[in-house]
Design a protein around this ligand. Structure first.
Ligand SMILES: NC(=O)C1=CN([C@@H]2O[C@H](COP(=O)(O)OP(=O)(O)OC[C@H]3O[C@@H](n4cnc5c(N)ncnc54)[C@H](OP(=O)(O)O)[C@@H]3O)[C@@H](O)[C@H]2O)C=CC1
Ligand SMILES: Nc1nc2c(ncn2[C@@H]2O[C@H](COP(=O)(O)O)[C@@H](O)[C@H]2O)c(=O)[nH]1
Length: 324
């Protein structure tokens, strides 16, 4: 890889505008055989999404991925979403008991439209075997596999049958993988995304490290089809994290899926907990994201997301501090 950079080091270069209004810019994206309003998905974490939010997002045309931390509720969740005519998008791990669960879904003809294999170190035989198992039992299901950090990993998971791969090891706001292990894409997530996207023949989902709405446009520029976002979705009225009052201010908790708060024990901890200022309604953030992305598209001189791939960029180290 030639150059290392991250989100704050990049600026996209505007091209001549072709729209009369930003409202003409289309932020929709297709993943598999489904079209969504935004190329953004809330992280499949317990303080970011619950069944109610999943239902709201699906009903309103947004992509969602339900987390895997209440495994016994997943079959009923799929049934419930299908009864409402909505897509079912769940997560699985790779431990032994996930194999009969997938078999059960096949036997009961409960076919989720999307399954995400949600593992810290996705470049592994455990993930490859799970992809193959899902593809054998549920061939119509779109399988997202991750997380990975290298072109080799993307190729291996695609070869195993993954329909999309998720890139990002350790760049998340509540991640401590870099500190605990010395590994990951923290600090160079955007360059890792570019590196992986160049090797990919299927969609890439950028995961972690999104701090501003502009980072969504930058992710698309460097090859992402979809962007997974945790911290920017934490702290809303609807967010499942506990609400906490401190010094007269309202906060909500946001913790890592590999934190002791999630695991209930201090074993292989690679995540932490933080408090996020209360932000109001989730829909307000989704609307602002859409408007900002429409604006990005207009600066790119187009009227849809494809324009973001075509612009040029410059690397300006620490440019986030200029003009803010
Ligand atoms: N995107 C990211 O950067 C990261 C995300 N996470 C999130 O934390 C959650 C827990 O992740 P994870 O621990 O993978 O899930 P699990 O706790 O479900 O572990 C899955 C399986 O993989 C094994 N495993 C986990 N890490 C490794 C590793 N580094 N090398 C070899 N085997 C491993 C585990 O065994 P054993 O525990 O015995 O090793 C277990 O059998 C997930 O939701 C994940 O997305 C966690 C860290 C980084
Ligand atoms: N290293 C860890 N990464 C984690 C953990 N829990 C979740 N995650 C990853 O973070 C992103 C969200 O990142 P953000 O910057 O948008 O907040 C999430 O999608 C996971 O991939 C964890 O405990 N450790």
């Amino acid at each position: 890889m030639e150059t290392i950079f991250d989100y704050e080091d990049i600026q996209l270069i505007p091209r001549k505008c072709i729209v009369q209004s930003r409202s003409e810019c289309d932020t929709s994206v297709t993943l598999g055989s489904h079209k969504f309003k935004l190329p953004v998905v809330p992280a499949n974490m317990q303080t970011i999404i619950d069944e109610e939010i999943a239902y709201y997002l699906a009903e309103n045309g947004y992509f969602y991925i339900m987390h895997r931390f209440q495994p016994e509720q997943r079959a009923d969740f799929i049934k419930g979403m299908h009864e409402r005519g909505l897509i079912a998008s769940i997560s699985v791990g790779v431990k032994e008991d996930e194999y009969p669960f997938i078999q059960q879904l096949a036997d009961e003809e409960l076919i989720p439209e999307f399954i995400t294999i949600d593992i810290a170190h996705g470049h592994s035989n455990a993930v490859i075997q799970m992809i193959q198992h899902i593809k054998k039992q549920l061939p119509q299901t779109f399988v997202i596999a991750g997380n990975v950090a290298t072109p080799d990993a993307v190729r291996d998971l695609e070869d195993a049958g993954a329909d999309a791969t998720k890139v990002g090891v350790g760049p998340g706001k509540v991640c401590i993988t870099k500190i605990k292990t010395g590994f990951g894409t923290a600090g160079w997530q955007l360059a890792a995304l570019k590196w992986c996207a160049e090797a990919a023949s299927k969609p890439i989902i950028a995961d972690g490290g999104i701090r501003t709405h502009g980072d969504i446009a930058k992710s698309i520029h460097f090859g992402a089809s979809m962007i997974m976002v945790g911290s920017l979705f934490a702290g809303h009225e609807e967010s499942p994290g506990r609400t906490i009052m401190q010094n007269g201010k309202l906060y909500k908790e946001y913790f890592g899926s590999a934190s002791e708060f999630q695991k209930g024990e201090k074993k292989n901890v690679e995540g932490k907990r933080m408090l996020v200022e209360h932000k109001g309604q989730l829909q307000d953030t989704l609307t602002e994201m859409e408007q900002d992305l429409q604006s990005s598209i207009s600066y790119a001189g187009g009227n849809n997301l494809a324009a973001l791939r075509e612009v040029e960029h410059v690397i300006v180290k620490n440019s986030i501090f200029n003009g803010d």
